[in-house]
Design a protein around this ligand. Sequence first.
Ligand code: HEC
Length: 278
Amino acid sequence: MVRLFGPLVGLFFAVALFWSFGNGAYVAMTEEVPETAEEMFHKHPEEVAFSFDSAMGTFDKRQLQRGFQVYKEVCANCHSLKHVTFRDLAAIGYNEAEVKAIAKQWPSKAQTFDPKTGDRGERTNLPSDPFPAVYYAGQGVPPDLSLITKARHGGPQYVRSLLAGYAEQEGYKNEQGIELLKKFPDAKTPDGLYFNPYFANLNLAMPAPLVSDGQVTYSDGTSASVKQMSTDVSAFLAWTAEPKLDKRKQTGWAVLGFLLFATVLAYFAKRNVWSNVH
Ligand code: HEC
C-alpha cells in the first residue's frame, strides 16, 4: 500500500508544479503590463557624429579645448573631475604656462591636511593636482564627471542629449503625439527636480546648466549655441574618460598590420615545411 502511495504523492506534486508553472508562464505572456510614464516618454539619445567615433577617428583638440572651457565656466561650479589633473590638459594643447595659470586661477582650492597638527586648510592648486571637489548646496549630488561617459549607456551622445534636452513639462508630447500630463497626471515633476526626457526617470536634480546661446564665449570664435556647447563638453568628457583613445587606436592598427604580416610569414613557412610531402 505504502509503495503505491509514495509515487502517487510524488505524481500529485509534480502535476501541481507543472500546472502552476504553465499557468504562470501563460499569464506572464498574455497579461497586459500597465504602461509607465518612463516607458512611454523616455527618449534615447540623439545620434550625433563625434570626430573620435570610428576606428580611424581621433579627438579634435580644438573641440576638446572648447569643451574644457564649458566645463570650467559652467559645470565646474558643481562637478569635480577627480581623475584628471591640471597638467593632463597639456594633452589637449595647453602649454606649461597656460596649465600653471589655469591651476592657479581655479576658484575652488586644493584641500590640505597636516597629520602632525590635524589642521585642515586650503591652498592654490598646482598643475599636479586633480580638479578639486566642489561644495554643492542644492538638491541632489552632482557626480564626479571624469568617467561619466563610460558610466552611462550612450556615453557622450547621452551626455549631449541630456544637456540639450531639457523641456517644458506642461504640454510635453512624445513622438506619437501623446501628452504626458494628460496620460499620467501623477507624473508631474516634483519640486526641486527638473523635467528631462533623456534622463531615465524623466526628472533629475540638475537644473539645466546650458540655457542660452552665447553663455560661453569661445576663444576660437565658434558660435556657442546650446547644442554646440553640449556637444563640445560631451567630447571633452569622452576625453577625460579615455585620454589614451587615439593612442589605443594607433596601436591597434599597428598590431593588426603586424598580425597580417605574421600570417603571411606563417603561410609561406608552412608551404616551405610541407613542400616535400605534397
Ligand atoms: C547647479 C549645479 C550643476 C551644474 C552647473 C551642472 N550640474 Fe550636472 N548635475 C548636478 C546634479 C545635482 C546632478 C545629480 C542629478 C540627479 O542625480 O538627479 C547632476 C548630474 C549630472 C550628470 C549625470 C546624469 C545621470 O545620468 O546620472 C551629468 C552627465 C552632468 N550632471 C553633467 C553636467 C555637465 C556636463 C555640466 C556642465 C555643462 C553640468 N552637469 C552642470 C548639478 C549640476
